[in-house]
Design a protein around this ligand. Sequence first.
Ligand code: C2O
Ligand code: CU
Length: 515
Amino acid sequence: MSSTSSSGSRRPSRREFLRRSPSALAGLTAAGPLLLPFGCRQRSNDPPGSSNPDSAGSETTSQSLNGPVREHTLTAGPIETEVGPGRTWNTWGYNGQYPGPELRVTEGERLRVTVENQLPDAGTTVHWHGLPVPNGMDGVPGVTQAPIPPGESMTYEYEAAPAGTYMYHSHRGLQLDRGLVGPLIVEERTPHVDYDREHLVILDDFLSGAPKPLNELAERQGGGGGCMMGNDRRGMMDGRGQGGGMMSGMGGIIPPYEGLLMNGQMPGDPSVFEMKQGERVRFRLINLSSATTYDLALSGHRMLVSHTDGRPVEPVEVDSLRIGMGERYDVIVEANNPGAHALVAEAVEGDVPPARAVVRYPSVRRTRPPEGQVPEGLQGGRRLRYGDLQSVETPLGPGEEPDRTMNLRLSGGMMMSRGEWSIDGQHYPDADPLEIRQGERVRVNMQNRSMMLHPMHLHGHFFQVGNALKDTVITEAHMGQASFEFEADNPGDWFFHCHNLYHLEAGMARVFEYA
Ligand code: C2O
Ligand code: CU
């Protein structure tokens, strides 16, 4: 298979970012200069440093000593969004849209993003999920900054490196589940895989109202405020939770989602991605859901996994993959099966119907796959395991013993009082910091004593899982284990938490502190 190119110099011959909403593209077609050679990236007709407040994701380019500075403005505020035909919802978003505008830069450029807070009565922050930014730019209220008050703004600036598929989101309270999320792409200068075009695929669980913490959802079960789920689906409190809520099992509660979306579209009104016969198509998969992990597959095709959490791996061919909240995978699909195919992501926990999109060859008449098509990869075949991932970079020094090892128990659930979630029995913010020293190699072993899975995310560092570099790793339910190692090379206070937003809010977090 010619999937790995040593020259790697072939750039995508064509880029199409299919989006449903034309407004989503306004100002984002600004991604234009990407095909110019380095040094010729100044695309904007605007004078350097200026920005146009009327355009979504308004971008300008200026020059710093180290190269181009890409300037964007993200304005957080109330928006109206249409996730299915004829149904608009009032929620929050960035620059008037949901999901937020795509920020796309090239590896090594500086990104300067001014965040304007136009939310009613709520402070906010933005976190650049996965990017090892300087501590002060990390956007965690109470850890790295105070929230930006309503009516005020803050400018974040950092070097966009390393290349990869990332995301940004509010890190305040439950704002992430109210639409304050978006994709952030840092393009490689020399990709290690060849491809002809790419598509961005954003997975999100869509809530129509204001999110509520677990203890409130639990109290409101009778009123349909939440959805309780467990892997065994045994009804524990039958007959309650009418009108939007549903309780079963003993695992925990999930919010009453309207639906699972791909690129902001309900499954009944799916986004369409095109690919032409003979092309190699890169899909950047981002799970920016708050409480949903997915198993994802494309009917009629296998997927060649090329990146995990933005970092390049030896391409590995699978039929499906599991993607937790905060995780990203890039996959290459060989377009060798003309037709209209279903790209499906089904929830691992809970009963919300799967997210869907259509992958279509323009050469065929058919525009939709058969109704309800389930890709073969969700019925069997090979599902990606972390052990399949082999970094193409040199991760940590081989065979070195860790300087420090931590064993952490993950526990909680509705059997605990008030639906609390904890790391080693402590509920953040009433939790001890995890102390490390600069230069150390730190190993963390996690054991899951609960009935739900936990995608655990570390800020400010990549960590090694098996032979791959990642920043988020799933610890499976029911005594699942996961381990990672990282080098303490980015001083500061760094948040470490479950990326199920509701678990985070209920205490499943710690701070790694450099002594
Ligand atoms: Cu997506 Cu604390 O992060
Ligand atoms: Cu969790």
